[in-house]
Design a protein around this ligand. Structure first.
Ligand code: ADP
Length: 396
């Protein structure tokens, strides 16, 4: 069975076609700069990559048409009917969606009602959903939310200590993010723990965006991102936690508007802000190795804050079976993993430096470590396709 996993942004459309239930990638690709006359389409399959440049792609429907037609043209599929389900990543499901859901008109309206909580993402997802519904009207479409995995958090973990009416009237609370990744990776970890009951896992999803989740018996009980992805640990360009009084100070000293400061906290902070070098961890690591002190400081601030979260979640979970690193930096940066784990030895978390230096999916803890440390590559597309199968009620 072939299932399409889709991530639509405001001017882009990423997809992966998977063979299920084998969970194998058949093809993947991205349409970029939709709405422009210099759009670009990249299709990958069978180890080959096809790039078409300077395309006129006015909207997402044209992009979906292009994707489907090129899959047929390259004989990845013979007809449209071969795609039996489409799963759409949706960043914000608020409190309306406690699970993934089959998309109908009402679901689309509900997703739109959450636009204020994800103004850059949800409207773009809806455009993508509508485009696929138009072109594949008889195919089951499922929305998979980044937030649903965190809907199991107890109120004491998701509520801010602010006037309660803010929550009641405007939904001001922690929703978290990267839920699909945290769920996929924690499920893999639970398997490796022999399906242990009451398993205690901390997942560090560290990419450009980064969040940490405490998972008790397969359920998210706390996570570092909040109302928006700005909360938590410092990231490529985001500050993570700050004292909100900074808004007032920057207004007074520099005349910054609320929007200006918020923009700086989202786009000019984190690695980029502290180091002044780059938002990309590879550049920062290289600069630090060449003696750039601010680059080293950017790395140390982030690792310190990650360790803070891990220590706090260790207490919340009442111990820890496994600490898992995933996403671009978590999977690839031995420097980050070492920097974080060295700060946690007091908790019996012992990293094996030699194992940490090798690449790929692996265990990196010492035999004496009380806690397993794993690198487990994330796979949000597979998790989305699994939900399409689970909800799609397909005949076996
Ligand atoms: P996102 O999905 O949030 O955009 P990714 O999970 O793709 O981000 O992670 C991107 C980050 O991963 C970048 O900072 C990049 O430098 C980092 N990264 C990728 N490969 C390596 C590597 N070999 N060593 C260190 N960092 C890496």
């Amino acid at each position: 069975m072939k299932i399409m996993s889709v991530n639509a942004g405001s001017s882009s459309l990423k997809f992966q076609l998977l063979r299920m239930p084998e969970e194998l990638e058949i093809a993947s690709g991205i349409v970029e700069r939709i709405g422009n006359n210099n759009a670009e389409f990249t299709l990958k399959f069978n180890g080959e990559k096809f790039v078409s440049k300077d395309l006129v792609i006015l909207d997402h429907s044209v992009a979906v048409d292009l994707v489907i037609n090129s899959l047929i043209e390259h004989k990845v599929i013979e007809t449209l009917d071969e795609i039996q389900g489409v799963g759409h990543r949706v960043v914000q499901g608020g409190e309306l969606f406690k699970d993934s859901v089959i998309i109908d008109d009402e679901v689309v309206l509900k997703i739109a009602s959450l636009n204020d909580l994800a103004p850059l993402h949800n409207p773009a997802h809806i455009i993508g959903i509508n485009a696929f519904r138009k072109i594949l009207p008889n195919v089951v479409q499922v929305a998979v939310f980044d937030t649903t995995f965190h809907q199991t958090m107890p109120a004491e973990n998701y509520l801010y200590a602010v006037p309660y009416e803010w929550y009641e009237k405007h939904g001001v609370r922690k929703y978290g993010a990267h839920g699909t990744s945290h769920q996929y990776v924690s499920q893999e970890a639970i398997k490796r723990l022999g399906n242990k009951e009451n398993s205690k896992i901390i997942v560090c999803h560290i990419g450009n965006g980064a969040s940490i989740t405490a998972v008790l018996d397969g359920k998210s009980v706390d996570t570092s991102m909040g109302l928006t992805p700005l909360e938590g640990i410092p990231m490529g360009t985001r500050s993570g936690n700050i004292d909100p009084s900074i808004f007032q100070l920057m207004n007074k000293k520099e005349g910054y508007s609320l929007e200006k400061t918020l923009n700086e906290l989202n786009k000019s902070s984190g690695y980029l802000g502290v180091s002044g070098v780059s938002h990309d961890s590879r550049d920062i690591i290289a600069a630090a190795e060449q003696g750039n002190k601010r680059a080293q400081l950017a790395l140390d601030i982030q690792s310190k804050r990650i360790a803070d979260y891990i220590a706090s979640y260790y207490v919340l979970l009442g111990g820890l079976d496994a600490l898992v690193f995933t996403a671009g930096i978590g999977e690839n940066s031995k420097e980050l993993r070492l920097n974080v784990c060295k700060r946690l030895e007091v908790l019996g978390i012992e990293i094996d430096e030699e194992k940490n230096n090798s690449r790929g999916d692996k265990e990196i803890s010492k035999d004496t470590s009380k806690v397993k440390i794993w690198v487990i590559p994330t796979n949000e597309e597979v998790m989305i396709a699994r939900d399409v199968i689970r909800l799609g009620n397909f005949k076996k």
